[in-house]
Design a protein around this ligand. Sequence first.
Ligand code: HEM
Length: 262
Amino acid sequence: MAKDDNKLPISAQIQQQTSKLVDQTQGSQAWSSIFRPGSIFRKGYTDSPRNRSYVIMNSVLYHLHPVKVKRHAVKVSYTLCLGGISFFTFIVLTVTGIFLMFFYRPTAAQAWDDIFQLQSAVTFGLLIRNMHRWAAHLMVLSVFLHMARVFYHGAYKAPREFNWVIGVMLLQFTLLLSFTGYLLPWDQLALWAVTVGTNMMGYTPVFGQQVRFVLLGGVEIGTDTLLRWYVLHVLFLPFVTVIFMAIHFWRVRKDGGISGPL
Ligand code: HEM
């Protein structure tokens, strides 16, 4: 530090020292071997349209974003970030769901007890169970509102009609995830909700009884139903939902970013 620097106020001295440390770190060989040219973390980045494109293309995290976005697309009041909120709730559900899987066994004899134990004896069990439940409600709500927003803006029209169809599939998967999860606590509410639901599906024309049989894993609700719905809930449906989400996000980009204002 220069002699005169001691006269600087303490906050300016700290600022000076910090920027010196940042410069040293960013100038080091270790740093530049990790962050490639064009990265905003790399020393010497000059703000030009070409370098801005490099930043996006060379970073694992940023390359998910387009190189350029339209001004309206970053305005929160246009989309209300409802698609983003739907995705966020899905992430919360995945993380909390994995936690729940450590304590839950999908058999008629154990399911209800496991849930009871989870919320009465496991640290943070009740909190995580409720986070999972509330995030599920929120996801159904936000997906529905997102769809309403897209409809209101006429964003279902060409060239986005294919993405609308993908969206409709995502809505189905969201509802199915919610419904299959509802059975898992194996309480009276779950049991009768699924009895009513599968009875309704039994009225499907022509294949009604077969549909009901496949869904129940038998002629009436029981431990086979629980196992079937568990596998659908924790494996099959999340798997296909992730694939459809990837296509959905890819299409948003390919259709020229989100639609413009009316
Ligand atoms: C799991 C459910 C869903 C997720 C995570 C999701 C996510 C997203 C995201 C992040 C966007 C970017 C813009 C925004 O946030 O609004 C978007 C756009 C879009 N979504 Fe979804 N979405 C879902 C369900 C749906 C549904 C149910 C529909 C319609 C039936 C739909 C149709 C569309 C369309 C057409 C666009 C382009 C909108 C535009 O260009 O303005 N999505 N979605």
